[in-house]
Write a protein that binds this ligand. Structure first.
Ligand code: NAP
Length: 327
């Protein structure tokens, strides 16, 4: 009689509620343990020696402690481009591969950034309310502000920043940017400091990664510079991470009229948004929907799955994070 065959399906831990488009693919190929680290630590301890991969979303946290609890861990697959919640240093120290899903979401996030700029400048949510609430017969809305031809400052000129710039050119905007280094191959003007960039921008769009390197980069001084950029004062748009903006300083700047308005997709303690921010009419708020279209989420799910499938087939993963791509 032959020995029992070991379970050929690798076991993986999902650290987020996975969308059906990813969950279905995963459960066809792997044994998936859903959020045991939160729901059932005893069951996690029992399954830990067999768990070979972790899968999560862009906002998922994978700490050094969790990595330490998983002795058989080989890879972490993130369905999202941002991976600031993953302790990549701890993963690398254990030779654990980390992958993410860059590029497939550039269009959607750039579209949303332009949408938030238009909404904040042309007051589209307020205009919608003006009609719905029957206020139109009482008179016209206050005049809004022109976006075409204005000065755009982009904080972070990576994949998505470049997609935003491409769209802004069609609006006849002049474009300057800041990043860690100048991009000589791009036609846009580099400004070394974010404060100097804000001082010459009608719209300041933030699209850097989150994490320690960018924490509260948009602070009271940057907001004051944005406010002083013209008599009309500047508008802030954040589609990066809530951590990049000092939210208390932003609320203060908005309440005191230091800047003209804001369009925000991400928040410091999302999904909780401060009441003071929600009360401000000159702010347009969206619930972290940068990549939230069915087409893009499908592409992200496919890439997150294909990275896992490649790894377990003994092939190179498609999109390692930069820290894991080298060497
Ligand atoms: P990317 O290609 O890596 O570009 C990031 C850019 O930020 C680079 O130009 C980089 O500069 C710059 N940067 C990094 N640290 C900086 C610092 N300390 N100071 C100034 N600039 C800095 O990333 P991406 O694909 O464009 O994505 C950017 C981020 O967008 C993601 O990490 C994620 O947090 C966010 N995002 C949000 C949503 C949403 O739903 N709202 C969706 C997708 C992504 P260098 O080029 O000089 O290194």
């Amino acid at each position: 009689m032959s020995a029992p065959v070991a379970n050929p399906r690798p076991e993986i831990l999902a650290v987020a509620r996975l969308p059906p488009m990813l969950a279905t693919q995963l459960s066809a190929a792997f044994t998936v343990h859903e959020r045991l680290h939160e729901l059932d630590p005893a069951a996690l301890a029992a399954a830990a020696p067999r768990i070979r991969a972790v899968v999560g979303g862009g906002e998922s946290k994978v700490s050094a402690e969790l990595i330490g609890q998983l002795p058989a861990l080989e890879m972490i697959s993130v369905m999202g481009v941002g991976y600031d919640g993953i302790d990549v240093a701890a993963a690398k120290a254990r030779s654990v591969m980390v992958t993410h899903t860059p590029n497939v979401l550039n269009d959607d996030v750039a579209d949303l950034a332009i949408g938030l700029m238009l909404c904040a400048a042309r007051q589209l949510p307020a205009a919608d309310r003006w009609v719905r609430e029957g206020r139109w017969p009482t008179g016209p809305m206050p005049l809004a502000r022109k976006m075409s031809g204005a000065r755009l400052g982009i904080v972070g000129m990576g994949r998505i920043g470049q997609a935003i710039a491409q769209r802004a050119l069609a609006f006849g905007m002049s474009i300057a940017y800041t990043a860690r280094s100048a991009k000589g191959q791009l036609p846009h003007r580099f400004v070394a400091s974010v404060e100097a960039l804000a001082a010459e921008s009608d719209f300041l769009v933030v699209i850097t990664p989150g994490g320690a390197g960018t924490r509260k980069m948009i602070d009271a001084r940057v907001l004051a510079a944005l406010g002083a950029s013209s008599p009309q004062k500047g508008i802030l748009v954040n589609v990066a991470r809530g951590s990049v903006v000092d939210e208390a300083a932003l609320i203060d700047a908005l309440e005191r009229g230091v800047i003209a308005g804001a369009g925000l997709d991400v928040f410091e303690a999302e999904p909780n948004v401060p009441e003071r921010l929600r009360a401000l009419p000159q702010v347009v708020l969206t619930p972290h929907i940068g990549s939230a279209t069915s087409q893009t989420r499908q592409a992200m799910a496919d890439l997150a799955f294909n990275n896992l499938a490649a790894h377990f087939a003994g092939q190179r993963v498609h999109t390692p994070v930069p820290e894991c791509a080298a060497g």
